[in-house]
Design a binder for this molecule. Structure first.
Ligand code: F6R
Length: 260
């Protein structure tokens, strides 16, 4: 796992955006895995800037979102459909038919989840999956105890996740209790993983995910099993890493390594 520590949120977002842009430059029809929440907002802003000012092209891109709240329609202000439209899709040129987001209102969740997994495979698999991390160490909505081989399915959200996400709703009781989410196993099949975290509220989860044992109690720790995972942090999110100086050393020396 590669750990990149940046001073500020903006630098972290730009570094991650460069990583995604490099994937698109080498594979214009890449399949991107998208995350929602406050963490990737700066990354999406930077990708939109690269599209508008530097011609980064999304016309052949396909996207699959990680998750959606059960019970929220695509038009609901707090749905992840709406989030993605408002913060990214409306500003870039991804064809509408190439955008996949789990349905929060399907009448048959089991069948939908199986179809979603099939669509990912039929589109060639995810080239780069963007991830945030919950304060309980979750990736997507794979709460503590989720199998590290789990697939797309309906999940009950942890109380701590509902509390964390209450800031987006009028009141905590409005936060949906269930979500449809890609599984840890689904995520691990992506060719490349890019996880972002900022702020001290994520520092403990990051230390456990990066340096703790691989455990279903911290599903982000599954990134340790992936051959190509990069974790982008701001200074605050990195503050509990025991090997922080080592990551900074590698980060400083790696660009000078002999070309492969
Ligand atoms: C969202 C998702 C979640 C968030 C995580 C962090 O699609 O999959 O795992 O990434 O809950 O959320 P923020 O970024 O709001 O702190």
């Amino acid at each position: 796992m590669e750990v990149i520590i940046c001073e500020e949120y903006e630098a972290m977002s730009k570094a991650a955006a460069r990583d995604i842009a490099n994937v698109l430059n080498t594979k214009p029809n890449a399949v991107l895995g998208m995350a929602t929440g406050s963490t990737p907002l700066g990354l999406y802003q930077e990708l939109v800037r690269l599209h508008k000012e530097e011609g980064l092209d999304f016309s052949q891109v396909t996207t699959f979102n990680l998750d959606e709240y059960v019970g929220l329609s695509p038009q609901h202000e707090q749905s992840y459909h709406r989030f993605m439209h408002d913060n990214f899709f409306s500003a870039v040129n991804i064809p509408r038919q190439n955008i996949y987001i789990p349905s929060g209102t399907t009448s048959n969740y089991q069948a939908f989840c199986e179809w979603y997994e099939r669509r990912i495979m039929e589109c060639g698999g995810i080239d780069v999956q963007i991830l945030g991390i919950g304060s309980d160490g979750h990736i997507a909505f794979n709460e503590p105890g989720s199998s590290l081989q789990s697939r797309t399915r309906l999940k009950t959200l942890a109380k701590s996740t509902i509390d964390d996400n209450a800031r987006f709703f009028d009141k905590a009781s409005d936060v949906p209790i269930y979500a449809i989410t890609m599984g840890v196993g689904t995520i691990l099949e992506s060719r490349k993983l890019v996880l972002l975290a900022n702020g001290s509220s994520k520092a403990k989860a990051i230390a456990e995910a990066v340096e703790g044992p691989v455990t279903s109690m911290i599903t982000a720790s599954a990134l340790q099993l992936h051959p190509m995972a990069t974790v982008y942090l701001d200074a605050a999110a990195s503050e509990q890493l025991k090997m922080r100086d080592y990551y900074l050393w590698i980060q400083d020396k790696k660009p000078g390594a002999p070309a492969l």
